[in-house]
Write a protein that binds this ligand. Structure first.
Ligand code: GTP
Ligand code: MG
Length: 181
């Protein structure tokens, strides 16, 4: 699909680089639990503002991870790196322009098969990705069993199961994020 190296310039140490701070971006389809996980990661200092020149609201907050401070950016729901909606265009431009140290691709684990193509796009674009399998409570209730280790081996990225609403898996996720900062 030609996503390879699309974002590589973000991570080069050259004069074009605008990566001054540590940033964590949350991406994923609508309604998968991005904002719940955003709230779990951030503390009191949350701001909501319109993305420049648009009416799309972006939340930003601060996470303290193992003594390191990082900005957390909650993006609007998006399905792909190829933008169709304004929200997707903004999501893509956050990934391009904000140069996050790590991207959390948050998926509804019940529908993992439908969501993996976006994970693969992010990986192929050279972005630093953690796959977050959220809604594990509902997934387990449905009797679905996901082989996390095998998924990690196949994708070559960390995969962390979570239940956003009860904070299950958040400690493991925080530790994994810290490795990227
Ligand atoms: N059962 C269950 N519900 C969850 C979990 N995480 C989030 N939810 C619920 O799922 C719904 C959607 O969560 P949000 O955090 O608003 O999802 P979002 O991805 O930010 O949605 P958009 O901003 O619309 O893209 C809410 O009702 C949450 O309470 C989870 O792990 N398990
Ligand atoms: Mg949200």
């Amino acid at each position: 699909m030609g996503f390879k190296n699309l974002f590589r310039r973000c991570h080069k140490d050259n004069s074009e680089s605008i990566c001054l701070d540590k940033k964590i971006a949350l991406v994923g389809n609508p309604n998968v639990g991005k904002s719940v996980i955003f709230n779990n990661l951030t503390g009191m200092y949350v701001t909501v503002s319109n993305y420049p020149g648009t009416t799309v609201e972006i939340s930003k907050g601060v996470a303290k991870l193992d003594g390191k401070m990082a900005e957390v950016i909650d993006t609007p729901g998006m399905y792909s790196l190829i933008p169709i909606t304004e929200e997707e265009r903004i999501g893509r431009s956050i990934l391009l322009n904000e140069c996050p140290s790590v991207i959390l691709h948050i998926v509804d684990a019940k529908n993992l098969d439908r969501m993996l193509s976006f994970t693969i796009q992010l990986i192929e674009a050279g972005l630093p990705v953690i796959l977050v399998l959220n809604m594990m409570d509902e997934t387990e209730r449905m009797g679905l069993n996901i082989d996390i280790k095998k998924l990690e081996d196949k994708l070559g990225i960390p995969v962390i199961p979570t239940v956003g609403i009860s904070k299950k898996g958040m400690e493991t996720l925080r530790n994994k994020i810290t490795e990227f900062l």
